[in-house]
Ligand binder design. Sequence first.
Ligand code: PLP
Length: 339
Amino acid sequence: MIDLRSDTVTTPDEAMRDAAAAADVGDDVYGEDPTVNELEARAADRVGTEAALYVPTGTMGNQIAARVHTERGQEVLADRKSHVVKYELGGFAQHAGLQVRMLDADPRGVPTPEQIDASYVAEDLHRPGTGLLCLENTHNARGGLAIAPEKIEAAADTAHDRDVPVHVDGARIFNAATALDVPVTDLTEPVDSVMFCLSKGLGAPVGSMLAGTEEFIERARRVRKLFGGGMRQAGIIAAPGLEALENVDELSTDHEHARVLADGLAEIDGIDVQEPETNIVLVDVSGLGLDADGALERLRDENVLASAFGETTLRFCTHRSVSREELDRAVSGLAAAFD
Ligand SMILES: *Cc1c(COP(=O)(O)O)cnc(C)c1O
């Protein structure tokens, strides 16, 4: 099977397994795990923040961020198609007592300054007040779009003018920086906190990072404990995370593979391909007279796996555990599946 469902299916390589086996460890709840401490310092340095926190999942990182930035009962502004809205079980309501004000953000999934101004709610006797703006980069559900620094800056500046903090769900922020050919700090500098995943294209088996100011991370550390994310000898899993940080330069290969895949898909009559910007390819299969599940079934018969991303939409995601040779086989399989 050539598994293009997600970049989360990457498995740890030898270097990661060796690093795990050799890791210096201690009790991280006591702050005594040297490997976790090193990972947090290196991650903060990478994204240009004062501090960072190792968290079990990206979802927990986003949820902690919302809890720390807000007061119960406030509103969060987020794109209707963002991960925090679609795929986190309404966690903002459950974990932080927040109401989400969903925006039909511009086609790239970034609320415009006008939208932010129009959706902002000032606190008064009747109204809850806006407590957070949440952005996403790359934007997963809109096709792995790499959001440029200027867009992030425009949105963040508008929020900041209203004293509203800004969090970026940057699960794949290094993919964005790679695609845009900018330092990742250009994407993080305008905002107050960022989460990124080690466990996706970077290839670590587990873990994400939440980054921000010292004060923010100090509070985030308490909320991580509250949410049950305080881990003990976590150096065992943090060590592969340190290796994963070294894989950033290889993301461009995944992007090249996505373009190859998109070109192959575009050859097939009845498939409508969204031009990929990073490692995600969205296609509409309605022209084949199939729904997403029907198309996936055909693909499975050709040993290719993808994800259903809507009634008639499929998502393909390239990653470091699929070689160029396997990718080429997948492209032939696609042609055969929809012949
Ligand atoms: C995968 C993903 C997350 C969450 O990561 P998990 O580690 O799976 O919880 C958050 N945001 C986006 C955009 C993602 O793609």
